[in-house]
Design a protein around this ligand. Structure first.
Ligand SMILES: [Fe+2]
Ligand SMILES: [Fe+2]
Length: 510
């Protein structure tokens, strides 16, 4: 998106406008003032995951060109972001519980037709965005999108939230939007061979691009022979929050984020995926769970992407459904306890608690999958702040054979991810009190108890090295999260509950 990494806050138009105006443009400006400071900070392990641009000073002119282009070509978006801030200011000053009608003419023209003003029952007024309409307005500029193809080298890419992607000789640049049918043709060639000529036409490549693409293709099949199963059921952990659940008739992938490096040997890769995926389950909109670089490689071989329904129009809660359907994905939106059948089984959406800094974000869901006689709870980053919630899940669906739980119990503060969406400054102390935290040991244990889970596995901790550009985590054995995980594992072993802390790859078969 204008050379920044694509994720919900840079794709969904309302949030993307805010991020561009209030985070990315100031970040580029800061870099241009002192590129050396940014480079030094990017290489300081203590500042990992910070907002520093990791581009050498020798390329500062290219960063200046990017900033100039954004200011010129995205003027509509930048004005829209200013209008949102002005609109919020009008509400703060004038929405005192009385009729809101007189405020409409005072709103900036950019918001016209795209917002409704509404009070909650405590007389707190908010802008509610008509999000599908914003996608039809000038604020949603598909021309922002482009695609870079390169090999996964094992060398960590720069952090996705901070560093724009400049051109590079080993990167094939495609100036096409994500929904371009050529991408689907290209990635389908992983399972069904295609000719270079066909791909060249589908992707509208020039001669130089075609030469570059041909160097990225192979005429030897690389698919794993055991990517399908003949009987029973199987779960495979592909790293982070990505699980592949399979029977002979169906396959489900959760939060796809998959390595392409089939030479690594220590992980499942895109070559291990079944040819057809019935359902992709997305748990929430954080950048490590809805990962376009993997999702785009699956389009064309997925029955549907299941996403949690958002609150519709809330500034902090972009619709995952709208975002993905505009990128060409078949989407099913779900609320708590909605059911989606698949051949030989069923997925039920279950509630997701917390982990979003107490913001009113509804686009988050855990899932319950029933397949080949087993119940699997996919808990993602959902927290155990109120474990009673999980009692309702058990009451509705029974006990879990396998529970997969995230334990990022000391997450980043509110401003790390949501700064650009806040229209009034928030004190650091307040931000630090509202973290992106999942369950600690006690809460994870309570979830296990409430679900009556027979086996529990900690996942979604972002420890695999190939996720570094997204996760930017550094754990060692003294880190609070790791100590909590060990405490949880000890709790399980005292009760003869089978448990584990997943890393790189694992398989369960029955
Ligand atoms: Fe999360
Ligand atoms: Fe996460």
């Amino acid at each position: 998106m204008d050379r920044f990494f694509a994720w919900p806050h840079t794709i969904a138009p309302v949030q993307a406008a805010m991020n561009l105006a209030r985070l990315q443009v100031p970040l580029l400006e800061s870099y241009l003032q002192s590129p050396q400071v940014h480079v030094a900070a990017s290489n300081n392990p203590e500042l990992r995951g910070g907002y520093f641009i990791n581009i050498p000073e020798s390329r500062a002119d290219e960063v200046r060109d990017l900033l100039d282009t954004i200011r010129r070509d995205r003027a509509d978006m930048l004005r829209f972001a200013d209008a949102i801030a002005a609109g919020q200011e009008i509400l703060r000053a004038s929405a005192t519980g009385f009729d809101l009608t007189p405020l409409y003419p005072k709103l900036p023209a950019e918001l016209g037709g795209l917002v409704e003003l509404a009070y909650d029952t405590d007389n707190q007024a908010q802008l509610r965005f008509m999000e599908p309409l914003v996608y039809k307005s000038d604020v949603y500029a598909e021309a922002r999108q482009s695609v870079q193809l390169s090999f996964e080298t094992g060398i960590e890419r720069p952090f996705i939230l901070s560093t724009p992607r400049l051109p590079s000789p080993d990167v094939l640049e495609l100036g096409i939007p994500f929904r371009h049918p050529g991408l689907e043709e290209l990635f389908k060639a992983r399972v069904r061979p295609a000719t270079l000529r066909h791909l060249r036409e589908a992707l509208e490549l020039d001669d130089a691009q075609a030469v570059q693409l041909s160097a990225m293709l192979s005429d030897r099949p690389s698919l794993a022979p055991d990517r399908h199963i003949e009987g029973g059921g199987r779960i495979r952990y592909f790293g982070h929050a990505c699980l592949v659940l399979q029977t002979p008739e169906a396959a489900i992938v959760t939060d796809p984020f998959i390595s392409a490096d089939s030479t690594a040997g220590d992980r499942y890769t895109l070559d291990d995926l079944p040819d057809y995926i019935d359902l992709v389950l997305i748990t929430h909109g954080h950048q490590d769970h809805i990962v376009l670089e993997t999702l785009l490689q699956l389009r064309g071989r997925v029955g549907a992407v299941v996403v949690p329904r958002s609150s519709r129009g809330n500034l902090c809660d972009p619709s995952m459904g709208l975002m993905l359907s505009h990128q060409g994905f078949p989407v099913i939106e779900v609320d708590d306890f909605d059911e989606i059948p698949f051949p030989g089984g069923k997925v039920t959406a279950t509630p997701f608690l917390g982990e979003h800094c107490d913001l009113d974000i509804r686009a988050k869901s855990t899932y319950w999958a029933e397949l080949a006689g087993k119940n699997v709870f996919i808990g993602a980053d959902s927290s155990g702040i109120d474990p009673t919630l999980y009692r309702y899940i058990k009451g509705h669906l029974g006990t879990a054979d396998y529970a997969f739980l995230g334990m990022e119990c000391d997450g980043a503060p509110l401003t790390w991810l949501y700064q650009a969406l806040l229209t009034i400054p928030i004190p650091k102390k307040m931000s630090d009190s509202r973290k992106l935290s999942g369950s600690n040991a006690e809460q994870a244990a309570a979830i296990m108890t409430e679900l009556g889970a027979k086996e529990g596995y900690i996942y979604a901790m972002g420890e695999e090295a190939w996720l570094g550009h997204v996760m930017a985590t550094t754990y060692n054995e003294d880190t609070y999260q790791i100590k909590q995980i060990n405490e949880f594992l000890a709790w399980c072993s005292e009760r003869d509950i089978k448990a584990g802390h997943l890393f790189k790859q694992q398989e369960w078969r029955w």
